[in-house]
Each structure stands twice: as structure tokens, then as C-alpha cells.
Design a protein around this ligand. Structure first.
Ligand code: GDP
Ligand code: MG
Length: 424
């Protein structure tokens, strides 16, 4: 096996980073295929605890090349700052172990501004954006007003491209939002300043990965967010602005091998969600607070408290299907220890109809969860490393989820550290 794709099957924050950090030991390349610095992947290993945004999660292995693929969007300043922070903490960062595709898009400060202005305009109807400019920059890519990272090597062209983008953008800023126009020179100087530092890292990633494929290198594609946040398959209009599913992996990474990958879908043992939108199994009050606190469910980027819910088999089966997962890594099982009863949502009900398939938004907002109750367990399971040593109730919970999502649960994580993992 030389191709593995790791994606989230829920609302994001399932623990993808920790799974990539684990599997990257067997990877020559780790390639992020979508998104920008809107998400955070938390990693706990012998080097410490890290929150990665624009650096793929294979960075802790000496010989692994970490690439931001053509499908990503890169805030140049944020990338430079993240590199510096990792360096300060003793992690080697160089032009060999961190690369950026020349086809990725530059996310400019004016994209962040647009994101902020738009959320303000929406007021009560806002999406709960992380305001990192992700929707505006992907919007520009598809409107063909974006600027490719590779433009940094051609100063005149770079300026011309920024100008082309600002022609429209400044109309929107002034006339729609009543805000000042962005200065072309300022945006250009920003790109030049941070671009200079990043230039050694920028490459033609197509050639890089073609060579990798020819010489039988092991490639791992790292997704960001989760299937329910996919721009096409997610809960519209609350998704992110890129495709998070493994099917997009080849395109976003620029790795066009036709070999069948192993797709590890990362799934949380309960539900969490940041931002707005319907969240069928949401729980409130003391129980939600308890799970949020024991499991430290706060956004890795924004620090926002995550919404908490019971395991949702309808959403998770759908997420598993559309993400293309061939196997599941179930994370954060330890966070459920100490609860008397656990609930699993097995179907939705709207009026007298029962739904087994995840619907689109106008139905989802009406859906009521139908629960089955499971026995909890009291034992602290954080040190368990063998499946047979898990409490019987925990095994039953896992096996029930496995039947419901119809894919094998091959890994169960019981703590945030790299090695707190049970192989089945
Ligand atoms: P990602 O975006 O999918 O990489 O996930 P995040 O890093 O945003 O959120 C997952 C959080 O759960 C992080 O704080 C991880 O350290 C933590 N985590 C991951 N796996 C486990 C686990 O098995 N148990 C516990 N208690 N925490 C975990
Ligand atoms: Mg995250």
C-alpha cells in the first residue's frame, strides 16, 4: 500500500491531525489537499502539543516532505509565522520538508476583511465563519480573480493579477460594505515581503509527486474539516468553501495515481460542531458542559466552545459514504468514560416519517433524533492499548457504531497522544 487518504467524516475536529501524525511514520509525502488556515489540527507527541494550520501534520518526521497542494489557499503571512513558531519550538523547517504548490491560491489580508464584512452584513444570519478569508478566496478562484502562489516569481504579473482582483473587490468594499478600498501597492508589498521568505518552498508539485509516484514513494493525503462541511456534500449553506472528501484528494493534492487508496475516515465517538447550522443531536446544559470540559472541546483556531451532541449514525454513515472511507478511526472514546448512559441517534423523524438517509437542509432542520440507549462505562480507559481490555460496554458501543456506519472501525483512540491508540 502506498497511498492513504485521511479525512474527517463528521463536522471536522475529529482528530485527523493526530491520525496523520501517527500514520506519517510510513509516509514519504504528506499532502494537504484543500483549505487554508481556517482549521487547526492538534497534535500531541514527544515534541509537545502543537496546533497546525498551514503546515501538514507529517512535519514531525525528519524525512517526510510536507506539501500544501494546488487545492489549498495560503495566507503567506500566516504560513511564515507558523514556520517561525515551529522553529522556535525546535522543529526543523526547511525547503525540503515544507513545500507549497505554485498552483495554490494566495489568501490576502483583503480576503480576511471581506470575510469579516460579509459576516457583519449577514448579522443574525451569519455562517459562523472563522474569518480567515476562505470563502472569499475560493470565490475568487472560481470567479477567476484569484492569484496563484507561483505568481510570486513574476513581480509585474503578480501586481497585475492583484490589480485585476481589486478592480472588482474594491467596488464591493466601497459600494456594498461602505468600507475603504484596499490599496494595490499595500497588498502587493505584503505579498512580496512574505513571498520572499516562502519562495524556496514553492514548487511545481505536479512534477514532485509524479517523480514520487514513479519511484514508489508512500504518499498520504491529509484532509481538513469533515464531510458534513464539504462544499457539495456538506450541510448547505454552512459548509466550508472546498471539498473535504477523499474523492477530491487527487485533484486537490495534484497526485493523479489511479491506485486504490486506503481511506481512513476519522470519526468522533460523539458529535461536535463549531459554527452555525442544524445539529440534530445537540445537547445542552450540564451534560454538554461536562463533555466539553473533560474533552476540551474548544476550536483549535478560534478557541470558540464547540457544540456537543450524541453520536449521530445517520450523519456519520452519510459522512462515511461520501468521504469514501474504507476504514474508520474512532477517536475520543475516553471522553465518554464515567457516563451512566450513552445515546446513539439511529434515525431521524419528521412528523410520522422515519429517515435513514441524511437529508438536505430544509428537511434536516425539521429532523428529530431517534435514539437508542447504550450502557456507559465508568473505567478510565486512557491507558488501554488492547481492544480486549476495553470495558465490555465500550466494546458494545464501538461495535454498534460499526454496524451502523457499515465500515470497519480499525483504530480507536483513547487519548490525544500519538500512541494512545488501539489497533483492532
Ligand atoms: P482535527 O482538526 O480533526 O485534527 O482535530 P482537532 O485537533 O481540531 O480537535 C481534536 C481534539 O481532540 C484535539 O484537541 C486533540 O488533541 C484531541 N484528541 C484527539 N484524539 C483524542 C482522543 O482520543 N482522546 C482525547 N481525549 N482527545 C483527543
Ligand atoms: Mg480541527
Amino acid at each position: 500500500m502506498s497511498l492513504r487518504i485521511i479525512v474527517g467524516v463528521n463536522w471536522g475536529d475529529e482528530g485527523k491531525g493526530r491520525m496523520v501524525d501517527y500514520f506519517a511514520r510510513n509516509a514519504d509525502f504528506v499532502v494537504r489537499f484543500q483549505g487554508g488556515n481556517n482549521a487547526g489540527h492538534t497534535i500531541e507527541n514527544d515534541f509537545g502539543t502543537f496546533k497546525l494550520h498551514l503546515i501538514p501534520s507529517g512535519i514531525f518526521y525528519k524525512n517526510t516532505v510536507n506539501l500544501l497542494g494546488p487545492g489549498t489557499v495560503v495566507n503567506l503571512e500566516a504560513a511564515v509565522k507558523e514556520m517561525e513558531e515551529l522553529r522556535k519550538r525546535g522543529i526543523e523547517m526547511n525547503a525540503q520538508n515544507y513545500k507549497i504548490s505554485n498552483r495554490a491560491m494566495i489568501c490576502f489580508p483583503f480576503h480576511n476583511l471581506q470575510d469579516e464584512y460579509e459576516e457583519t452584513r449577514l448579522g443574525g444570519e451569519m455562517f459562523g465563519s472563522t474569518k480567515q478569508g476562505i470563502a472569499p478566496v475560493y470565490g475568487d478562484r472560481y470567479m477567476k480573480y484569484g492569484v496563484q502562489v507561483g505568481a510570486l516569481f513574476y513581480p509585474d504579473y503578480l501586481k497585475q493579477e492583484i490589480n485585476r482582483c481589486l478592480q472588482l473587490k474594491n467596488q464591493i468594499f466601497e459600494k456594498v460594505y461602505g468600507k475603504p478600498a484596499t490599496d494595490l501597492e499595500e497588498a502587493y508589498q505584503w505579498a512580496v515581503k512574505y513571498g520572499e521568505i516562502l519562495k524556496p518552498h514553492i514548487c511545481d508539485s505536479i512534477v514532485l509527486l509524479k517523480d514520487a509516484q514513479k519511484s514508489g514513494k508512500r504518499v498520504l493525503l491529509e484532509g481538513q474539516l469533515g464531510a458534513l462541511r464539504d462544499i457539495i456534500y456538506g450541510i448547505y449553506p454552512y459548509p466550508t468553501s472546498s471539498s473535504t472528501v477523499a474523492g477530491f484528494g487527487a485533484v486537490g493534492a495534484g497526485y493523479f495515481s489511479q491506485e486504490m487508496p486506503v481511506v481512513t475516515g476519522v470519526m468522533k465517538a460523539f458529535s461536535t460542531c463549531v459554527g452555525e447550522g442544524p445539529f440534530t443531536t445537540e445537547i445542552h446544559g450540564e451534560l454538554a458542559n461536562r463533555i466539553r470540559e473533560t474533552s476540551f472541546e474548544y476550536g483549535a483556531l478560534t478557541g470558540r466552545p464547540r457544540r456537543i451532541g450524541w453520536f449521530d449514525a445517520v450523519a456519520s454513515r452519510y459522512g462515511t459514504d461520501v468521504s469514501g472511507a474504507t476504514e474508520i478511526a474512532l477517536t475520543k472514546l475516553d471522553s465518554l468514560s464515567g457516563l451512566d448512559k450513552l445515546k446513539i441517534c439511529t434515525s431521524y423523524r419528521i412528523g410520522d416519517r422515519t429517515l435513514d438517509n441524511f437529508p438536505i437542509t430544509p428537511e434536516l432542520v425539521q429532523a428529530e433524533p431517534v435514539y437508542t440507549e447504550m450502557q456507559g462505562w465508568q473505567e478510565d480507559i486512557r491507558e488501554v492499548r488492547k481492544y480486549s481490555q476495553l470495558p465490555a460496554a465500550a466494546q458494545k458501543y464501538i461495535e454498534r457504531i460499526e454496524r451502523l456506519v457499515e465500515k470497519p472501525i480499525k483504530y480507536v483512540s483513547v487519548g490525544p497522544h500519538r500512541e494512545a491508540l488501539i489497533m483492532r
